[in-house]
Structure formats: structure tokens, C-alpha cells
Design a protein around this ligand. Structure first.
Ligand SMILES: [Fe+2]
Length: 205
């Protein structure tokens, strides 16, 4: 008997190099909070679209081009994205995979992030700045789900790769990368403390 496992959906997880990530996160956290304080347009947008939270997605989404601190983060992320692209065996000849967007998410108590994907991008991801103990990770959905129709449900004890949803935990100093078409969500932050992350897109030019 032979069983082949085809068409994998890859999720890349890594930590920033041990040297200096705490200091970088302290600076990022200060700048994320300062941005929220300064960004009236973003706060108004978040009030309507991101209850209980703040995101600069609609107002300041190129932070890597505005802040040397975010630029330093982006240089580290570049290396991980290249590694992920090699694992996916992308043929990137003739064009470059570059960061196009980089924005701040601050989830207060009760904030959640509904299912979505990232249009107009190739690889997306999140870097975690501050994660209270017990705060939610990132949940992914099987991209074939809409084709399952009459497929039976999976056993409650099914292996992780056979389940229609899977979560990866969030940890300060860690990053998660995925292909931008993969739907994902963040469950409600039930902790009193703020969950702070930086999301980003890379596109192939
Ligand atoms: Fe996202």
C-alpha cells in the first residue's frame, strides 16, 4: 500500500535571532502605542471595523518605510521570507519578493479578528510584539473547505494535518508566515492585557 501526501499548505514559524529581540520589541511596543495615540484616522476606522482594538491597516500601512525600528524588523523578516520561498520552491527569477505593507494591530480585551485573507500579496505574516499569557494564536482554515460539500466530518481525534482548522500559538519575538491566499483569524482576546502584533505583506515584483 502506498499513500501520498500531496498539495501541502505550509505555515512557517520562527523566532527572531536571540540577540536583541527583547530590546527591539520594547522599541516596537513604544512606537505601536505612540502610533495609536497619534493616528486619529486609524482610531476612527478601528472603532467601526475592529471593535475593542486598534489597527493601522487603513491609515499607516507602510510602517517599514516610515520608522527605522520597523525597517530593522523588516530586514530580519526578509531573510525568513526568502527561506520560506525556498521551501515553497517558488521560481522568483526576474522579479523580487518585497515587503509592500506593514501595519500595527493592538487587540484589547474582547477584540477579535474575523476570517480574512490578504489580497494583492504573495506571502503574508505576523510578528508578535507583546502576547499576554493565554492570548489567542493564529487560526488557519483548510483552503479546500469550500469543495468538501458532502465530505464527512473528521474524527475529534484526527491528526492535525487532517483537521479543517489549525491554530499556531503566538509568542513575543516569534513570527508566522503563510501564503497570502490562506484564510486565517484571531479568536477573541480574553485577557485584560493588550495583544500587540505587526502584520505584513510581501509581493512579487
Ligand atoms: Fe491577516
Amino acid at each position: 500500500m502506498a499513500m501520498q501526501l500531496l498539495f501541502p499548505t505550509r505555515i512557517y514559524q520562527a523566532r527572531l535571532s536571540a540577540r536583541g529581540w527583547r530590546a527591539l520589541n520594547a522599541r516596537l511596543l513604544r512606537e505601536c502605542r505612540q502610533l495609536r495615540a497619534d493616528d486619529r484616522v486609524g482610531r476612527r476606522w478601528s472603532a467601526g471595523n475592529y471593535p475593542g482594538g486598534y489597527t493601522s491597516y487603513s491609515s499607516a500601512h507602510r510602517m517599514h518605510a516610515l520608522s527605522p525600528t520597523f525597517a530593522a524588523l523588516s530586514r530580519q523578516l526578509d531573510r525568513h521570507v526568502q527561506r520560506f520561498a525556498r521551501a515553497l520552491q517558488f521560481d522568483l527569477r526576474g522579479r523580487q519578493l518585497l515587503m509592500t505593507d506593514c501595519w500595527v494591530n493592538i487587540m484589547g480585551a474582547g477584540a477579535a479578528h474575523a476570517w480574512h485573507l490578504h489580497p494583492l500579496a504573495t506571502i503574508s505574516g505576523t510578528y508578535y510584539v507583546q502576547i499576554p499569557p493565554g492570548a489567542p494564536g493564529l487560526k488557519f482554515e483548510d483552503p479546500r473547505l469550500e469543495r468538501f460539500m458532502a465530505a464527512p466530518p473528521r474524527q475529534s481525534t484526527a491528526r492535525r494535518e487532517n483537521r479543517p482548522w489549525a491554530s499556531v500559538s503566538a509568542q513575543a519575538g516569534a513570527l508566522v508566515l503563510f501564503e497570502s491566499w490562506l484564510r486565517h483569524a484571531v479568536a477573541v482576546n480574553t485577557r485584560a492585557a493588550e495583544r500587540v502584533s505587526i502584520s505584513f505583506n510581501y509581493n512579487w515584483f
